[in-house]
Design a protein around this ligand. Structure first.
Ligand SMILES: NC(=O)C1=CN([C@@H]2O[C@H](COP(=O)(O)OP(=O)(O)OC[C@H]3O[C@@H](n4cnc5c(N)ncnc54)[C@H](OP(=O)(O)O)[C@@H]3O)[C@@H](O)[C@H]2O)C=CC1
Ligand SMILES: O=C1OC[C@@H](O)[C@H](O)[C@H]1O
Length: 366
């Protein structure tokens, strides 16, 4: 039987628009026949915005309710799963309210502002038997699954020794924008650093010999925005003892990534390069080093085009299956792993004396 996931979309910004459009794509066009998605409600801080959002992006879909507050959507009994597309500053509060209303939650990246908030959300969801996941869509790309299989199961480049991973987008400095505004959780780390980290997680944290152990060394440098003090560019170096890898994650909101290589993982037999983009990759290149003098390296490009508008539907499919199956954490991207990322980011901010305003760092008493 086909399972129908009934979604409530919270906030009407850019990513909510992309997610809504992807939900409306017929899953069979990507070979999915066991789940379908029905958006049943959209909430905004203004009902007119919610109505306009449905009219603009709903492609004629009928019966989607427009709400002028997030609380009204949380109270809608037809909503099973809440998608949170608000700025970073309110992920914790909005997700917690949705969970308290008994809803399953898919919350945009970055999961929260700090690890204490992430831990509270994960514990709350677990103790109330509700599904919770950070929307790191990259992890659900068929490309990412194949990449990890080649790397970890087939050991195609042998023992991994070094990883570099980058995501950088040039955004014009603007005090009002969510990218630069500290009160909205601005800065490179939370916006694009999550993606630089996600490849390091796939390669090192989830390495079969590492078994989700923490890195033994975390060193970092932040260059702060002269305009607002958020992290404009950040570098994180980590050492993984099992199985002996150094990783370097870089991110920036002041410059763009190079187009030819965003992720490079080097092993003793070869390397894999992921060109644009770390967030929504469509190709990776495997190079196996020549073993004899005079021979050429063997180079192969593996391409994975996205069969639809954005590619957010793969994470939606995974969430639908999890909820259908009564799971409260996803196997590919469990909430515990989001807590780990926020712990690393906390440490990076501690090392560089970077704090957000107290009102967005808060954690409710449990
Ligand atoms: N997965 C991906 O590829 C991407 C993920 N993201 C993530 O999605 C989230 C939102 O980003 P994006 O869509 O670009 O942001 P936008 O600024 O375009 O939209 C955010 C929306 O949040 C709501 N909102 C609630 N509180 C506030 C507030 N205080 N100030 C401004 N807006 C508020 C608004 O909707 P309303 O008025 O309707 O309530 C607003 O439209 C972030 O976490 C970001 O990191 C962003 C881009 C790509
Ligand atoms: O989540 C994101 O993914 C892609 C980036 O362009 C964007 O800034 C970021 O928010």
């Amino acid at each position: 039987m086909v399972y129908t996931a009934r979604w409530g979309i919270v906030a009407t910004g850019w990513i909510s628009e992309r997610f809504f459009i992807d939900l409306l794509v017929d899953p069979s066009t990507r070979g999915v026949t066991d789940v379908v998605h029905t958006p049943v409600a959209v909430a905004s801080r203004s009902v007119a915005k919610a109505e306009k959002f449905i009219a603009d992006f709903g492609n004629g879909v009928q019966g989607v309710k427009a709400y002028g507050s997030y609380a009204e959507l949380f109270a809608d009994p037809n909503v099973d799963i809440v998608y949170v597309g608000t700025p970073h500053s309110s992920h914790y509060e909005v997700s917690l309210q949705a969970l308290k209303a008994g809803k399953h939650v898919l919350c945009e990246k970055a999961f929260t502002i700090n690890a204490a908030q992430a831990r509270h959300l994960a514990d709350y969801a677990k103790s109330h038997k509700l599904f919770l996941m950070e929307a790191v869509w990259t992890r659900f790309f068929p490309l990412s699954l194949e990449f990890q299989k080649l790397l970890h199961e087939e050991k195609i480049i042998g023992n991994i020794r070094r990883v570099t991973s980058d995501l950088a987008h040039k955004f014009l400095p603007d005090v009002e924008s969510r990218l630069y505004n500290p009160s909205l959780g601005g800065g490179a780390l939370l916006d694009v650093g999550v993606y630089a980290m996600t490849w390091i997680q796939m390669i090192c944290y989830n390495h079969p010999e590492n078994l989700q152990s923490r890195p033994s060394v975390i060193n970092s440098t932040i260059l702060k925005s002269p305009l607002t003090g958020v992290d404009e560019s950040t570098v994180i170096t980590m050492v993984w003892d099992k199985p002996h890898i150094i990783s370097i994650a870089t991110c920036s909101i002041a410059v763009n990534s190079p187009e030819d290589c965003l992720v490079r993982v080097q092993g003793d037999l070869g390397e894999i390069i992921v060109p644009i983009s770390t967030a929504n990759p469509t190709e990776f290149i495997v190079k196996i080093y020549a073993t004899e003098d005079g021979k050429e390296d063997e180079v192969k490009a593996l391409k994975f085009p996205i069969p639809g508008p954005t590619g957010l539907f793969w994470e939606a499919d995974a969430v639908a299956r999890d909820v259908r199956d009564g799971k409260i954490v996803d196997d590919i991207y469990p909430a515990e792993e989001s807590v780990f990322v926020m712990e690393v980011f906390d440490e990076v901010r501690r090392q560089n004396d970077f704090v957000y305003p107290a009102e967005i760092e808060f954690v409710e008493d449990e």
